[in-house]
Design a protein around this ligand. Structure first.
Ligand code: PLP
Length: 229
């Protein structure tokens, strides 16, 4: 099936849900992104800063770019002028730098707090307590050029369906608690980004509002020369 066909299948499937499709185009050539673009897709996720910046420079300006991978503070400046949503905020230090670079660009940058839900050591993210501590802090409250619009999580690799659904459900419960405690009157706090090619159905069942789907739209990843850090 072509990229356009794959997208059409997802569109049909997500049509009856509240869930948005983020097409994860990491390691894909610009031509593949254009194929998706010409099929109507406008929201793309990348996880390496350099790759994202290179593609943004070459591709149509009405694409909404999300950063979904780990972000180092010294690289925020490269994406601050254009990034639509940073999904991978995992510290107050990073959020403070995003705020600074957003102010320089006279913008408010939307962010998700990445929450650690997997039963593994290898994934980035804030623990539940850390997320709440961050939101409670005076330092956070003082930041005027970032807006937290929700939470993001990555479930464990190769877990059972039950465990995956449990992890997604934990994120949904945390989201509901944070909504009530910190964002009760803020309509913008509404996103739960969870679900990838292998587990998006379970994520939607648990209340996902954004699924991040790469390989089952684009097939195998092709570009290999970008470093992850
Ligand atoms: C690569 C990636 C995805 C997409 O994964 P697929 O299995 O290719 O759908 C989603 N989220 C994050 C954070 C990723 O790094």
């Amino acid at each position: 099936m072509s990229i356009a066909d794959n997208l059409l299948e997802y569109k049909k499937e997500l049509d009856s849900t509240q869930t948005e499709l983020i097409a994860v185009s990491k390691y894909q050539e610009p031509a593949a992104i254009m194929e998706a673009y010409n099929a109507g897709q406008r929201v793309f996720g990348e996880n390496i800063v350099q790759e994202l910046a290179d593609k943004e420079a070459q591709l149509p300006k009405d694409i909404e770019w999300h950063l979904i991978g780990h972000l180092q503070t010294n690289k925020v400046k490269y994406i601050a002028p254009f990034v639509k949503l940073i999904q991978s905020v995992d510290s107050l230090k990073l959020l403070t730098e995003i705020n600074k670079q957003a102010a320089k660009n006279k913008r408010v940058i939307d962010c998700l707090l990445q929450i650690y839900i997997a039963d593994e050591d290898t994934k980035f993210g804030l623990g539940f307590d850390e997320a709440i501590e961050l939101l409670r802090s005076d330092e956070f409250t003082a930041l005027k050029n970032v807006r937290i619009v929700g939470l993001m999580g990555i479930a464990s690799n190769n877990a059972s369906e039950k465990q995956t659904l449990d992890e997604f459900t934990e994120l949904k419960v945390l989201f509901d608690g944070i909504k009530v405690s910190f964002f009760r009157k803020d309509d913008y706090f509404k996103e739960i980004s969870m679900g990838m090619s292998g587990d998006y159905k379970l994520a939607i069942e648990a209340g996902s509002t954004m699924v991040r789907v790469g390989s089952s739209i684009f097939g195998k990843r092709k570009i290999k020369h970008y470093k992850t850090e």
